[in-house]
Design a protein around this ligand. Sequence first.
Ligand code: MG
Ligand code: ZN
Length: 384
Amino acid sequence: MNKIILFLVFVLTASLTLQAQENYKDISTEDNAKFYAGKTSYKVERYEEPDAASKPKNVIFLIGDGMGVSQIYAGITANLGEMYIQNFKKIGFQTTFSAKDYITDSAAAGTALATGEKTYNGAIGVDLKAKTVENIREKCEKQGMATGVVVTVSVTHATPAAFVAHQPQRSMYEAIAADFLKTDIDVFIGGGYKHFTERKDGMNLVDELEKKGYQVETEMNKIAKVKKGKLAGLISAEHPASIEEGRGNMLETATKTAINILDNDPDGFFLMVEGSQIDWAGHQHNTSFLVTETHDFDKTVGIALEFAAKNKETLVIVTADHETGGFSINKGNMETGDVLGEFTTGDHTGVMIPVFAFGPGSDQFTGFYDNTDIPKKIENLLKN
Ligand code: MG
Ligand code: ZN
């Protein structure tokens, strides 16, 4: 009997270890997971938009993974009627379907947003024939701009990977980690330390990063102190915690730190920031998780807007890669911040996704277009 139990524990542990990086997709079994009870709200600042017609020097591209219109409105309701995202006046809609599927995954959508190329679900920075396609971050790098990626998942996960790596499958985390060393990316902050150190090829990529001149840090308080140079911030073995599990203001701090470092470059910078776990909340059918992650992302949008309003040469773009969960709001209260959510699927949906733009070049982002148009628009705006 004991042997059977031991065996079952072994099988369970083994499968959990295998699935650890992907188990965020399990639907929550918690009671009341679809209800968010209003809590404290945060103050939202208003920023004056600089001249929208001129060309940008810097681009901050913020992606709320799985963040559709309902996710945004749940965040607004829960924050008693306001979010930073309401600062945006230039708003458009993008379609998200991938090359072969009406419903995209984050790899194909990330690749579309990064390279302007429609590809198959699972592809990281490659086309339908699994051939490398140059991404907008690489193009900026070639122009001499500083570049960075800041996320709340492993830096090897689909969305950040699409802005850095070129691999036929999103699950090739170790190969994706190795691709970071083939770039000149100046700053990357997120989780995924393990994919740099516990590798089948026996390589220690943290050593390699240090040899290339990166300051490698694993704690947010140390990351926050870095003012210049190349920075690799790997704050967890795999994915960082959620807000509800105590991630704190990591995304805001990491974004501020990245902007400060990248802004040293006289040629300008490109920074991609992802609120990665909004997607997980949608997969899990958990409204409270969804609201807290959306608020965290929105406060980070506030950091970008504060910089852009002062700097006046920075284009800020906020969008999502797709919607997750078929989320809707069945009850809400602007006075208490309560939100009762409902979900129609455990997967992503095919609905149009809003795009918000602020600052020089923002006019280009109104109207209807495809996800692949976004990096093309950015590239055109950065051309001299
Ligand atoms: Mg993502
Ligand atoms: Zn997802």
